[in-house]
Design a protein around this ligand. Structure first.
Ligand code: NAD
Ligand code: DAU
Length: 377
């Protein structure tokens, strides 16, 4: 079936994997990637598919309602996968307004432009879908009730053999929203607007909330690529607080596969949590990264451990995220394809093999901004 799909934020980390998957897997779909190309957007992420006949790139700002009207109407868009956002918690602490503008007003502009166009079509909302990509951070923070870790009650292929859970609770689709950072507050607000457009106007919408992603093409302000690059250059690894915070990690291509499945088979107005039951304490994860980078660089074991540097904690640092994704697994049959140790190995290799990609980001005009962000390190 021919479809015209708008993917927003396709030049960013998760977006490029989603765009690549859709462009390659669905030659009959027209894929329109709309991205503002902020500091986090990089068209080098999409070099391998940029000339495909079913792919179009548009530089645009989701918060510009007129532009969104033009794009959605001009390309007769029938499906939207909305990833564009300001995504980094540390930046949101320094500059919350940018997060409100893009994540809240941007999402609202996109919703309104889609509503106007879809309501003007003879078939109205039939065959249409607005799929909003959200985060587990909107649910707030879980407690560390098992600080030493207990065997995880649920596992997937993403979890290591004897994987641990650091608390007794997990985020469910029904967990009450309780965001703490300006980033998560802006994402929560956008989620509410998406659901409001369904409940008020009958727009077919879907929301998914995913845990921390890792993999190729992640901007090196986020923990994993930042630390891989710092180890390579013998630079300090700034661990916030005591390194005891827990995150639940999923390989980015497994997130993209979930998005594909949910876009095509998910039930309208539903929420699905996406995650692999793969909790790691930051400090344990950091030690795995150090070990992997040292091994691949031919350094003796433990060579880079001295780079670990405990720094002032992130303000309002959420202690633990842990997603319960059993609904997605049981209703739609999704499961992660990659075991965590395999995923980390693949990821470290990718960053070491693509040093040019990294250097393009960490050098030149950009570097000034980057240093400004991390001047306390
Ligand atoms: P990212 O920061 O790597 O990419 C965001 C992209 O959005 C960039 O290409 C940027 O240029 C674009 N963008 C920003 N403002 C824009 C605007 N006003 N108009 C158009 N484009 C704009 O982010 P990511 O990590 O790929 O996250 C993508 C989405 O997934 C976000 O909505 C995020 O909240 C969500 N999410 C991320 C994770 C994660 O671990 N990275 C986990 C769960 C959910
Ligand atoms: O949970 C999903 C979220 O995951 C997404 O919604 C966000 O867009 C994404 O950025 C990510 O948020 P986190 O804040 O969890 O990711 P980050 O990589 O910034 O940090 C991971 C953990 O590592 C967190 O506990 C903070 C810590 N950290 C991070 C950095 C950058 C450090 O200790 N040192 C660092 O330098």
């Amino acid at each position: 079936m021919k479809r015209n799909i708008l993917i927003t934020g396709g030049a960013g980390f998760i977006g490029n994997h989603v765009v690549r998957l859709f462009v390659n897997k669905y030659p009959d779909y027209n894929i329109v990637n709309l991205d503002k190309l902020t500091y986090a957007g990089n068209l080098a992420n999409l070099k391998d598919i940029e000339n495909k006949p079913n792919y179009t790139f548009i530089k645009g700002d989701i918060a510009d309602l007129e532009d969104m009207r033009r794009v959605i109407t001009g390309h007769k868009i029938d499906g939207i996968i909305h990833l564009a956002a300001e995504s980094h918690v540390d930046r949101s602490i320094k500059d919350p307004f940018t997060f409100a503008r893009t994540n809240v007003m941007g999402t609202l502009s996109l919703l309104q432009a889609a509503k106007e166009y879809w309501e003007s079509c003879p078939e109205k909302y039939e065959g249409k879908l607005f799929y909003h990509i959200s985060t587990d951070e909107v649910y707030g923070a879980l407690e560390l009730t098992n600080p030493e870790g207990i065997p995880a009650p649920f596992t997937t292929k993403a979890s290591a053999g004897e994987h641990e859970a650091y608390g007794s609770e997990f985020f469910l689709e029904t967990t009450k929203y309780n965001p703490h950072s300006p980033y998560s507050a802006s994402k929560a607000s956008s989620d509410h607007f998406v659901r409001a457009y369904h409940d008020t106007y009958g727009m077919p919408t879907l929301v998914t909330n995913c845990s921390n992603n890792y993999g190729p093409y992640q901007f090196p302000e986020k923990l994993i690529p930042l630390f891989i690059n710092n180890i390579r250059h013998g630079k300090p690894l700034p661990v916030y607080g005591k390194g005891e915070n827990v995150r639940d990690w999923l390989y980015v291509e497994d997130h993209a596969r979930a998005i594909d499945l949910i876009f095509h088979s998910g039930n309208v107005a539903e929420t699905y949590n996406i995650g692999g039951f793969n909790e790691w304490k930051n400090i344990d994860l950091i030690k795995v990264i150090i070990k992997t980078v040292d091994r691949l660089l031919g350094n003796p074991e433990g060579h880079s451990e001295h780079l670990i540097t405990y720094v002032t904690d992130r303000l309002g640092h959420d202690m633990r995220y842990a997603i319960d994704s059993r609904k997605l697994q049981s209703e739609l049959g999704w499961e992660p394809s990659l075991q965590f140790e395999e995923g980390i190995e693949k990821t470290v290799r990718w960053y070491l093999d693509n040093q040019d990609w990294m250097d393009n980001i960490t050098s030149g005009a950009y570097a000034k901004y980057y240093e400004e962000m991390y001047k306390s390190i």
